[in-house]
Write a protein that binds this ligand. Structure first.
Ligand code: SAM
Length: 259
């Protein structure tokens, strides 16, 4: 029996274990390094990254944004990843990364002048979103810029079915995804057979959280940020990018002014 799992964290772990190219840790699919560079270069522009910034990139993928920040020159840049396996890969390339999930960020209060969380909240279970937004607000310094990107406003594709036999699996993949994907799944079946590992197909395509802009903006503002602007993401379609700001501290009113 081949089972299916939508556990995205386990999908990340498996991707890091079977990695061929560091770029694959951005989890956009094969040969998408150029798209990852373009997306993250766009984020650098949107948050207007500066040399005095302390950047936290939640779900930093293949580390592209951290590298761009190093090139720009920032005070500090740290990336968070869902699993220790991803952390081990990026540490080998000298990046400052650690393991943490969105609802429990291992970062001190008010320590980031820029917080980025791009193409991540869509894989976080909906019941964890409010806690995740609270964590983002907690680590942001007053007046911080907060970029929350690639938030879908439509549900993801329907989940892949479970299969009773290897033949059924291969026939489905051939019909739905073509010969290349079928060859990929055949390789994995052979590996599962040889190593005795459980036969689980992990999907990276499922969407756990989506919201219309009005709903998402209300959730984030409720958590304590103010919308700067939002705009449609170019690819894939069906997503929005959002730039928020945390309120700056209001200057203390002196006793004489208050009277
Ligand atoms: C699709 S990649 C996005 C990479 C990068 N932000 C980009 O846009 O190029 C998703 C990233 O989110 C991380 N991730 C997955 N689930 C997460 C969770 N629950 N909390 C925090 N990070 C998570 C993964 O480790 C991975 O780095």
């Amino acid at each position: 029996m081949i089972t299916r799992s939508d556990d995205y964290v386990e999908y990340c772990r498996e991707a890091a274990r079977n990695l061929r190219d560091v770029e694959d840790l951005a989890l956009r699919g094969k040969n998408t390094g150029e798209i990852t560079r373009r997306v993250n270069a766009g984020i650098v522009r949107e948050v207007e990254l500066r040399s005095d910034d302390d950047l936290v990139d939640i779900g930093c993928g293949d580390g592209t944004l951290l590298r761009l920040a190093q090139e720009t020159g920032v005070a500090s840049a740290i990336g968070l990843l869902a699993t220790d396996e991803e952390v081990a890969v990026l540490r080998r390339s000298g990046l400052r990364v650690r393991q943490a999930l969105t609802h429990g960020l291992s970062i001190a209060d008010q320590s980031a002048s820029v917080v980025v969380c791009n193409n991540v909240l869509l894989v976080v279970p909906r019941e964890r979103i409010a806690d995740s937004l609270r964590e983002i607000v907690r680590i942001a310094k007053p007046d911080a810029r907060v970029f929350l990107g690639e938030i879908p406003f439509v549900p993801g594709p329907p989940p892949e079915p479970e299969f009773g036999s290897i033949g059924e699996t291969l026939a489905y993949f051939y019909k739905k995804h073509g010969p290349r994907a079928t060859l990929g799944i055949l390789r994995r079946i052979v590996d599962w057979k040889l190593t005795g590992k459980p036969m689980i197909i992990r999907s990276g395509a499922s969407v756990s959280f989506y919201a219309e802009p009005s709903e998402f903006i209300a959730m984030v503002e409720q958590a304590g940020l103010k919308l700067v602007r939002h705009w449609p993401h170019d690819w894939p379609a069906g997503r929005y990018n959002y730039l928020f700001r945390k309120a700056a501290p209001t200057s203390a009113v002196s006793a004489s002014e208050a009277i």
